[in-house]
Design a protein around this ligand. Structure first.
Ligand SMILES: Cc1ncc(COP(=O)(O)O)c(C=O)c1O
Length: 501
């Protein structure tokens, strides 16, 4: 208590005393609500209570080191602890990086039945780990048709390997990267830092993209990094998860040219279809490094894509790696000891989905429907007071900067916990940083003031999600504490059942 307060008490008696005391308590509460490190935050303590998320190396079972519970698994687990279940109509899942999977206006009909008898008993056998030949050819044709019509060098089935999903494709590639420095930029798709660290031969070298620069990957900066750090491989999602920005046109062309200076480019192009061009004549355009590859067998460019996002079939687990024949032979080999290949049945069922007219119709309907959802989400966020300064030009993610809000909800992890109480899910930004579970203090993460919102779900879910965000902000106005300050006496709601201690 300050000397002025004491004087007031003495001079003005009881009323002044109680006023001064109230003011002091208020001051104390607002100080308490200010968080400067993890120890002050209940939301962070919950995260740390999960197996694998302590800062020190754990080895409860001999030889087993838990990779840490972050990303969508953590978000879903926390959501379930707060009452979420898949298909529950009361919830809005803006966390999971998945597109809606039903019919879209003007889109081709979705597949509802698969008749196995059309392929005979052979379809019950293993498929080759490189994938079914017809599908490999269909994928090669897709790239030649969309991006390489005027090029002499064309992809063939030998330039394509089918994999059981995109992550399996990436893992197969990572398994054949030798002892080199492998560069990637954060924020980036969560899986990369975790996966790259598993392959001990390669050394992951992360660098940061800056918000002031709209998260743009500058080819000049990259060139310098390649030289200064002797990078042998660059991995990037393009369009980028979570920022929704992409390298396109001249920049992408330059990047592909850069690869000829002996650096292999691994381009994850899962969001290639999710483009929102301002000019209506660009509707239907998609993006791929394949457009700038000169010689398909010489240029060190590896492309990964699949049915997961563009075709909106994440459950099928059918994806592909496209690149020089020698690379495809290597990833076919790594697939034989890593995953054994994609489902034979679903590879056969995928064939009609790559037919040219169907693909065209699919892309246009997707771009229209997702643009409408993006614009709706941006409009609602602006109304709520959370204007997005760097709106997504691609993907179905909004990288939402909370730093303009007051503590504690300006922190992505706290915001995430508060949103769960309103039956909506987002992903805290820290999960897009490098190895977040092992960071000493997550408050030091550059992604700490962010959350990622997905406008993948159908419009009605998105509306519920935006209403939920509005309620969190309104609630915060009336209560300074929320999940911010850790209180020893408060029960942590749904605290983790898998806690390691
Ligand atoms: C950039 C990126 N690549 C790959 C994937 C995953 O692909 P899959 O589910 O086929 O493993 C995702 C999913 O979120 C992604 O965001």
């Amino acid at each position: 208590m300050t000397s002025i307060d004491v004087q007031q008490i003495l001079e003005n008696g009881h009323e002044a005393a109680s006023n001064a005391l109230n003011a002091f308590t208020e001051q104390l509460s607002s100080l308490e609500a200010k968080m400067s490190s993890e120890v002050d935050s209940e939301a962070h303590q919950i995260l740390r209570s999960y197996a694998g998320n302590t800062k020190d190396k754990e080895e409860a079972i001999p030889g087993i080191v838990h990779p840490g519970a972050t990303g969508v698994i953590y978000c879903t687990d926390r959501a379930q602890a707060n009452g979420f279940s898949y298909g529950n109509p009361e919830w809005a899942n803006m966390g999971q990086g998945a597109p809606e999977t039903g019919d879209l206006p003007e889109g081709p009909p979705r597949l509802h039945n698969i008749d196995l008898s059309q392929w005979g008993d052979g379809v019950n056998e293993y498929a080759p780990t490189t994938g079914v030949k017809e599908l490999r050819q269909a994928v090669a044709d897709y790239y030649n048709r969309l991006y390489r019509q005027d090029k002499a060098s064309q992809y063939t089935a030998e330039n394509v390997c089918i994999t059981p999903g995109g992550r399996a494709g990436m893992t197969r590639v990572a398994a054949v990267i030798g002892e080199v420095y492998c560069g990637y930029q954060v924020p980036e798709y969560t899986t990369y830092s975790e996966m790259l660290s598993v392959f001990k031969k390669l050394v992951p070298v992360p660098s940061a993209l800056s918000a002031t620069d709209k998260y743009k990957l500058h080819v000049d900066t990259l060139k310098k990094e390649i030289q200064d750090l002797s990078l042998g491989v660059i991995v990037a999602s393009n369009p980028r998860n979570p920022t929704g920005q992409s390298i396109a046109g001249k920049d992408l062309e330059e990047l592909v040219h850069l690869s000829r200076d002996k650096v292999t480019l691994v381009m994850d192009e899962f969001y290639s279809w999710y483009q929102y061009p301002d000019d209506p004549k660009d509707l239907g355009k998609t993006l791929s490094a394949a457009e700038y590859v000169e010689d398909v067998d010489e240029d060190p460019v590896i492309i990964i894509n699949g049915l997961t996002k563009g075709w909106r079939l994440p459950g099928w687990r059918v994806a592909w790696v496209v690149g020089p024949r020698s690379v495809i032979s290597a990833v076919s080999q790594s697939g034989s000891f890593l995953d054994g290949g994609a489902s034979h049945v679903l590879q056969m069922a995928a064939l009609p989905l790559l037919e040219p007219e169907r693909v065209k119709q699919d892309i246009i309907s997707l771009q229209k429907a997702f643009r409408e959802k993006r614009d709706y989400a941006l409009m609602r966020l602006k109304k709520i007071g959370l204007e997005v300064k760097i709106p997504p030009q691609a993907t179905f993610y909004i990288w939402l900067d909370l730093s303009g809000l007051e503590e504690p909800i300006n922190n992505g992890l706290v915001f995430f916990e508060e949103l769960l109480k309103e039956k909506a899910i987002c992903v805290p930004g820290i999960f897009f940083d490098i190895n977040p579970a092992k960071r000493r203090d997550l408050f030091h993460s550059p992604c700490h003031h962010f959350v990622r919102l997905s406008f993948g779900p159908p419009r009605d879910q998105l509306e519920k999600g935006m209403d939920a965000i509005e309620r969190v902000l309104a609630k915060h106005k009336h209560s300074a504490h929320l999940m911010g300050k850790k209180s020893a006496s408060r029960l942590i709601p749904g605290a983790n059942p898998h806690t390691s201690k």
